[in-house]
Design a protein around this ligand. Structure first.
Ligand SMILES: O=P(O)(O)OC[C@H]1O[C@](O)(COP(=O)(O)O)[C@@H](O)[C@@H]1O
Ligand SMILES: [Mg+2]
Ligand SMILES: [Mg+2]
Length: 341
């Protein structure tokens, strides 16, 4: 019996369609770059000073040695694919590749770079769009042809959507093949797990603060159930967990300088994750609006990001809209404990 591979999955999907075949070759190129990056991460300190700070982005975020190496590996791999334009977290401007290419690709070559030297999971995120000129990377996420990420963890996983559900492939090291592990990932609609960097609580607005406080109040609060917090500080790892067992991830805007629109980038972080999560029946918003509807104004634009279990994402939107949409949070009914007393 033939084993279901990434290559086989893409071959079937792209049969007799030129643009799809181009998408397939870009995905396979990214998978190849991912194997190289995973080898470096597996060697860790034996591969050199991967976590050393090499520089800073225009907005002050540090750039580590492996950020730069991963960017080079992704660019090299995509140079052999029909990609006309490449936008990367690690480069101020998008770069032109193949003038005859049909695709525009946006990448976060290494997501979770604060974790490089901690032996925790990090990843590579990608978004593939049709190329139609120099502004092609500024199409809304709903125009994506494919999106995915590689997760470099105990297993190297490739999570992919080409618009027919979200598939999970695991790298079989011996053969270098990504093998299908899950045909249709499904994000359960309800959850008792939320992921947020709680150290920012004092910088949040009322909606996010109320939501998190209500989760923390557990059985004594309006939610009437206890919650768990999980925060890896590698979004890819949080996405993977949410695909496997549900949950919600929040990186809202906050009052710190430069964080009014949160930390995550629309074009190469929020859009691909939103496509993957929606294809697995979850939801992704900026708090209220679906991420996939937003029209980016520039490559490195930030966006507040909430994604995961659909019912929970919708509940968070109601916290933003106000108490009219949430009778259980009116001053009278604000605390279960009060009602019980
Ligand atoms: O440092 P914080 O505030 O916990 O933020 C962590 C978040 O930022 C990110 O690291 C941003 O991505 P990069 O590592 O690519 O900059 C996410 O992966 C993660 O969820
Ligand atoms: Mg990132
Ligand atoms: Mg990054």
């Amino acid at each position: 019996m033939t084993r279901p591979t990434l290559q086989g999955h893409l071959d079937r999907w792209s049969l007799a369609d030129d643009l799809r075949r181009d998408v397939a070759s870009a995905v396979l190129a990214l998978a190849g770059a991912g194997i190289r990056i995973s080898e470096l991460l597996a060697a860790g300190p034996l591969a050199g000073t991967l976590a050393a700070v090499r520089g800073h982005h225009a907005d002050g975020d540090s750039q580590k040695e492996l950020d730069v190496i991963a960017d080079d590996l992704v660019r090299e791999a995509l140079a052999a694919a029909p990609v006309a334009l490449l936008g990367s977290e690690e480069a101020e401007e998008a770069i032109a590749l193949d003038p005859a290419g049909t695709l525009a690709v946006a990448v976060d070559p290494l997501d979770g770079s604060s974790n490089i030297d901690t032996n925790m999971s990090v990843g590579t995120i990608f978004s593939i769009l049709p190329y139609g000129g120099p502004d092609s990377l500024l199409q809304p996420g709903s125009a994506q042809l494919a999106a995915g990420f590689l997760l470099y963890g105990p297993q190297v996983a490739l999570v992919l959507t080409v618009g027919v559900g979200t598939q999970i492939f695991i790298l079989e090291r011996a053969s270098g093949e990504f093998l299908l592990a899950q045909e249709r990932a499904f994000v359960v609609p309800e959850t008792v797990e939320y992921a947020v960097n709680g150290s920012n609580l004092r910088h949040w607005d009322g909606a996010i603060r109320s939501y998190v406080e209500d989760c923390q109040a557990g059985t004594d609060g309006p939610r009437g159930k206890d919650f768990n917090t999980r925060w890896v500080a590698s979004m890819v790892a949080d996405v993977y967990r949410i695909l496997v067992r549900g949950g919600v991830y929040l990186y809202p805007g906050d009052a710190r300088r430069g964080y009014a629109q949160g930390r995550l980038r629309l074009v190469y972080e929020a859009n691909p994750v939103a496509f993957l999560i929606e294809q697995a029946q979850g939801a992704a918003t900026d708090g209220i609006q679906p991420i996939l509807d937003l029209v980016p104004s520039h490559l490195h634009q930030r966006v507040p990001l909430v994604f995961g279990s659909r019912a929970e994402v919708e509940r968070i939107a109601r916290y933003h809209v106000g108490s009219a949409a949430m009778p259980e949070r009116s001053p009278l009914f604000g605390r279960r404990g009060l009602l019980r007393a």
